[in-house]
Design a binder for this molecule. Structure first.
Ligand code: C5P
Length: 218
């Protein structure tokens, strides 16, 4: 029997991470947070002071990096033995991740690392190109989005809750810039798979989205 796969693609802040984690828990399936892989690579090259135009060095760093996702913990990750969880969610990490994600050699290097997560009893894969490039064979595909302002407000609230100073118009501008880079890049752009179910979560609760996605799988 093949491994059942549910892909959830969409822009940042659409609620993919929360929804994917909850569904993976409910189904007892594995969970792939592909954005965290790009983010971890962004941290690795920043720590090693590798410039963004040194593609060979970035590809080597991607090849070498030893990433461990702690089970159940929210984006709790170690890179080469040290905990990088606190760096993962930073805006600067996301921005660097989005820049290296536009480089085809890097996407190619990370392809197999991601496909490795396809294991029984099933996989929930969260990202930008899960349903189009990494797991085109997936039986269940969702494209989860929300308006840029809704996503910016969610991010703003998250930062405030963590006691981090935030500016809504700056966050909205950053989100729009990242959306544009992710959607317009030549390789694996952020687009819905032809066979994906499109869900706009702007006016939906997390519970509602989870139920809607689960109804596809059940
Ligand atoms: O989802 P998250 O915000 O953590 O992803 C960070 C960045 O990594 C995204 O802005 C995107 O550029 C890149 N990414 C990607 N393909 C994926 C997952 C993330 O290009 N499958």
């Amino acid at each position: 029997m093949g491994v059942p796969i549910l892909t959830i693609d969409g822009p940042s802040g659409a609620g993919k991470g929360t929804v994917s984690r909850l569904i993976a828990q409910k189904l007892g399936w594995h969970y792939l947070d592909s954005g965290a892989i790009y983010r971890a690579l962004a941290i690795a090259i920043t720590e090693r002071a590798i410039p963004l135009d040194d593609i060979d060095a970035i590809v080597n760093a991607a090849e070498d990096m030893d990433l461990v996702f702690e089970c159940d913990a929210k984006r709790h990750i170690t890179l080469d033995g040290h905990d990088i969880s606190h760096l993962l969610g930073l805006e600067s990490t996301g921005n660097t991740a989005s820049k290296i994600a536009a480089i085809p050699e890097i996407r190619a290097e990370l392809l197999h690392k991601q496909q490795h997560y396809k294991q029984l009893p099933g996989l929930v894969a969260d990202g930008r190109d899960m349903g189009t490039v990494i797991f085109p064979e997936a039986q269940y595909k969702v494209f989860l989005t929300a308006s840029a302002l809704t996503r910016a407000k969610r991010r703003y609230k998250q930062l405030k809750e963590k006691g981090i100073d935030a500016n809504l118009s700056k966050i909205t501008a950053d989100i729009q810039e990242r959306d544009q880079r992710d959607s317009e890049r030549e390789f694996s752009p952020l687009i819905p798979a032809k066979d994906a179910v499109y869900i706009d979560s702007s006016d939906l609760s997390i519970e509602h989205v989870v139920e809607e996605v689960l109804s596809l799988v059940r």
